[in-house]
Design a protein around this ligand. Structure first.
Ligand code: BJW
Ligand code: ZN
Length: 254
């Protein structure tokens, strides 16, 4: 670990453009559950097929809307953690830092990161299921929701369709501009920090491959080994809230 940390610190020190590619694990220490962790992940207790697909929404919109209201409430009550904050210090050090997240929370933004690219949408931007128009958050029912609550979704002010969360479910395309920006950044970075993702969901999971193919270093931070064993990959085992600040301290004394 010490050698890998030293090598990762050197790569970071020499980088001009750094991409931070984050997944659910970066928000775990803020109290937001991941998806696939076996004991604590959302999908250990909830069937994603019943809650996180367009088919599920068509079948039971109130169950799905209630589920996302509850998750939004969890996020609103959470605070950015040491890893989110460390990324802001990294950007403040004068390097070009592009934050690409799979997460639908706003913890990067609340820590102070700017221009965050959301590949899987956001809990904060509902849209119409029928006409796809974005709906302002203040037009959306703000009621506090319990886990398992069933809440009828509000209606679109244009077409009276049901509002749905502005997130990307399986089988749906990623937002075009976000995906283009992510590919562009992955192809032009010197280092990608891939933090807290299991790397199984496509096409997001292909971004580290793109960065490696373009000659960048990819530094993974995760309590479990997610390395693909490519020559320019490095694996830092541990929680993001500990490992990332330690890495930045070593690389940049920040
Ligand atoms: C820590 C930590 C700590 C814990 N510190 N780390 C075959 C090939 C290519 C594609 C496909 C394919 N078969 C099917 C597909 C398509 C599909 C896909 O990829 N499926 C695979 C699962 C097989 N992809 C799609 O459908 C995507 N769209 C698409 O491809 O469009 C084109 C198309 C159209 C039509 C048909 C087919 C294709 C869309 C994907 C949308 C993903 N949506 C979700 C839900 C979002 C809304 C919501 O939150 O409810 O996005 S699924 C879920 O997974 C969520 C996440 O963003 C995403 C990734 O999860 P993530 O972040 O990696 O979390 P976990 O839980 O998996 O991992 C957490 C990690 O953190 C773990 O490693 C922990 O160890 C670690 N950790 N504590 C650091 N303290
Ligand atoms: Zn509408």
């Amino acid at each position: 670990m010490i050698d890998v940390l030293a090598n990762a610190a050197t790569a970071l020190q020499q980088a001009r453009h750094i991409v931070v590619f984050s997944g659910a694990g970066i928000s775990a220490e803020s109290g937001i559950p991941t998806f696939r962790d076996q004991l604590t992940g959302l999908w250990a207790r909830h069937d994603p097929q019943l809650l996180e697909t367009a088919k599920a929404f068509r079948k039971n919109p109130a169950l799905v809307w209630g589920w996302y209201l509850w998750r939004r409430q969890q996020v609103l009550q959470a605070q950015p953690n040491a890893a989110h904050r460390a990324i802001v210090r990294l950007a403040d050090s004068g390097r070009q830092v592009t934050v690409i997240t799979q997460n639908i929370d706003d913890l990067h933004e609340r820590a102070g990161s700017q221009g965050v690219v959301h590949l899987h949408g956001s809990l904060m931007t509902p849209k119409c299921f029928a006409c796809h128009r974005a709906a302002a958050l203040n037009s959306v029912e703000q009621s506090i929701s319990e886990e398992g609550a069933v809440v009828e979704p509000p209606r679109c002010s244009h077409c009276n369709g049901r509002l749905r969360p502005g997130v990307v479910w399986f089988g749906e395309d990623l937002p075009t501009e976000a995906w283009k920006a992510a590919v562009q950044a992955a192809r032009h970075c010197d280092v990608m920090l891939s933090i807290g993702t299991s790397g199984v969901v496509m096409p997001a999971a292909s971004l580290p491959d793109l960065a490696l193919a373009a000659g960048a270093f990819v530094i993974h931070i995760n309590p479990i080994d997610v390395c693909m064993d490519e020559p320019k990959e490095m694996m830092l085992i541990g929680d993001a809230g500990h490992v990332l600040p330690a890495l930045l301290e070593r690389a940049l004394a920040i």
